[in-house]
Design a protein around this ligand. Sequence first.
Ligand code: AMP
Length: 181
Amino acid sequence: MKLLFLGPPGAGKGTQAERVAKALGLAHVSTGDMFRWHVSEGTPIGVEVQAIMRRGDLVPDSMTISMLNDHIGLQDASGGYILDGFPRTLRQAEALDAAIGEDALSAVVVLEAPESELLERLLARGRADDTEESVRNRLKLYAADTEPLIEFYEPRGVVKRVEGVGEVEEITARILGVLNG
Ligand code: AMP
C-alpha cells in the first residue's frame, strides 16, 4: 500500500505518518527527515539545503526528487510506504506519477487544522526552522504550491480529509478509520 500525507506545516503529518506507518506495517518516508539527516551529517546536499530550510523555503524540485530517489526506490518498495512531505509541488507530483504510475496511490490523507492552531504548534515546537518568519513563509508556500495538489489528486477519488485537531491517538484512529472505510 502506498499512501501520501498532505497538509500544512504544523498539522501533525510527521507524527501521524509515523504512527499510521507503524500500525499498518508501512515504511515512513519523510523528505524533511532526510534533508535534516543530510544537514546534521554535513553532506554536500546538507550544506546546500541548510540555509533554504532555515528560511522555510522549498528545496528545488530537481534536488528533492533525486535525493528521494537515492534514498529509496519508489517503484520497488514492495512493503508499501507513507510519503510524508513529498510531493510539495506539481512538478514533484508529476515525477511521482512517472515513477510509480497514476493508479499506485491507495489514498491521499489531507490533515487539516485552523491556521491559528498551526502557528501556535509550530512556534512551540522549537525546530531550527520554526522561527516566526520561516513559519509564515512555509504556510504561504503551502497555500501557493502544495495545497493545489489536493485538486490534482481529487479526480482520482483517493483524497481523504481528516480533522487534525484533538488528541494524537484520536487523530490516528480517525485516519485509520478513513483508510478502512
Ligand atoms: P518538513 O519536515 O516536511 O516540514 O520539511 C522541512 C523542510 O525541508 C521544508 O521546509 C523544506 O525546506 C524542506 N523540504 C522537505 N520536503 C520537501 C519537498 N518535498 N520539496 C521541497 N522542500 C522540501
